[in-house]
Design a protein around this ligand. Structure first.
Ligand SMILES: *Cc1c(COP(=O)(O)O)cnc(C)c1O
Length: 355
């Protein structure tokens, strides 16, 4: 593990006073963690410094060829005022897998985790207190070699920034409406769909914008080959319930392996539901929703945890799921997972890392 040099700010910022107005990713804390990589040297210069701009050469490779990957996880404040992280090692391990695919260096996960812990301890007062709020953690890696030749960069920068975020649901779970995208695709097999790379998001914005204009809050992506099988939604994985059975698309290389997805699959079984990963034909899902066989659908992801789907639209047709409200399974999984994250329920799976 690398030594981490700490430089504290001389000008701490004013912390947000109204925690009901935090929103998402608009405010950043006083400090950030960085480390550099160079081929032949490895990771070095691990440091915590005041949050702020850093210089970047206009010819830096990340700005042209897009070697950029990121992660997202959260730190929660419990009722007895301890701070705890949810599965942070899984996020760092996933980042290393993203890095391999993007021809970037595997992370020094031990130093990154230590840097994250120290950073949060320094900025501990920034972890909000209000019900449902948290500190969002954004680890990022970019290529920094200067030059326009297309090849893997030899230099990289890894950094972590922190942002206090508001409750995703201010008045309890709220169902969303989802539009099945049948023109654009997010990812193809053999591509980079399983990585959290910046480009995947750039490619998804247009469809999201169009869906929003049609009055839907999210896009449901289909597979890139036949445009027939369900992949995922925006920045969430998708799950469907048939009575006591939960089904979700099997990981196939073009779907992001969500940590919430994995947690929900494990919890579902522990709660007595059946869970299955398989290929899901969107036409069957839609028909089952119409006939009432399909009882619930929900997205899973770090930001919302569980996002119940009220309405699903395929081409010119719309169907309301269940009674359009929050399904029992969605609510149960949401209460259980957030219960563990905020320390209200026992963590039987070793997911919590206390600071
Ligand atoms: C991050 C992300 C998810 C959800 O992953 P979690 O680890 O559960 O937050 C799902 N889909 C995409 C495309 C993502 O980027």
């Amino acid at each position: 593990m690398l030594d981490i040099k700490v430089t504290l700010t001389q000008t701490p910022k004013q912390k947000p006073v109204d925690e009901s107005a935090l929103g998402f990713g608009r405010i950043f804390t006083d400090h950030m963690f960085l480390m550099d990589y160079e081929l032949g040297v490895g990771w070095h210069n691990a440091r915590i410094v005041p949050y702020g701009d850093f210089p970047i050469d206009p010819a830096a490779m990340v700005l042209h060829y897009g070697q950029a990957i990121f992660e997202g996880c959260k730190c929660y404040r419990t009722a007895d005022n301890t701070l705890q992280l949810f599965r942070p090692k899984d996020n760092l391990a996933r980042m290393s897998r993203s890095a391999e695919r993007m021809c970037m260096p595997v992370l020094d996960e031990e130093t990154a985790l230590e840097g994250l812990k120290q950073l949060i301890r320094i900025d501990a007062d920034w972890v909000p207190h209000r019900e449902g709020t948290s500190l969002y953690i954004r680890p990022t890696m970019i290529s920094t070699d200067v030059g326009l030749g297309v090849h893997a960069s030899k230099k990289y920068c890894f950094f972590i920034i922190l942002s206090p975020v508001g409750a995703y649901y201010k008045e309890g779970l709220k169902p969303v409406s989802i539009y099945v995208e049948d023109e654009y695709v997010r990812a193809v097999r053999g591509g980079v769909g399983f990585t959290k790379c910046a480009g995947n998001y750039a490619a998804s914005i247009l469809a999201g914008d169009i869906a929003e204009k049609k009055g839907f809050s999210q896009v449901l992506w289909l597979d890139g080959v036949e445009q027939k099988y369900v992949e995922e939604v925006g920045s969430m994985n998708m799950m469907f319930a048939y009575g006591n059975k939960i089904v979700t698309p099997k990981l196939n290389g073009s779907i992001l392996p969500g940590i919430t997805r994995d947690s929900v699959l494990k919890l579902a079984v522990q709660l007595g539901y059946e869970a299955e990963e398989k290929r899901l034909d969107v036409n069957e899902i839609f028909a089952d929703a119409k006939s009432g066989k399909l009882t619930e659908a929900f997205g899973t992801g770090t930001a919302a945890v569980i996002s119940p789907v009220g309405v699903l639209a395929l081409r010119d047709e719309k169907v309301t799921l269940g009674d359009g409200g929050i399904g029992v399974i969605s609510q149960k999984l949401y209460d259980t997972l957030t219960g563990i994250q905020y320390g209200r329920l026992e963590d039987r799976n070793g997911w919590i890392l206390k600071l």
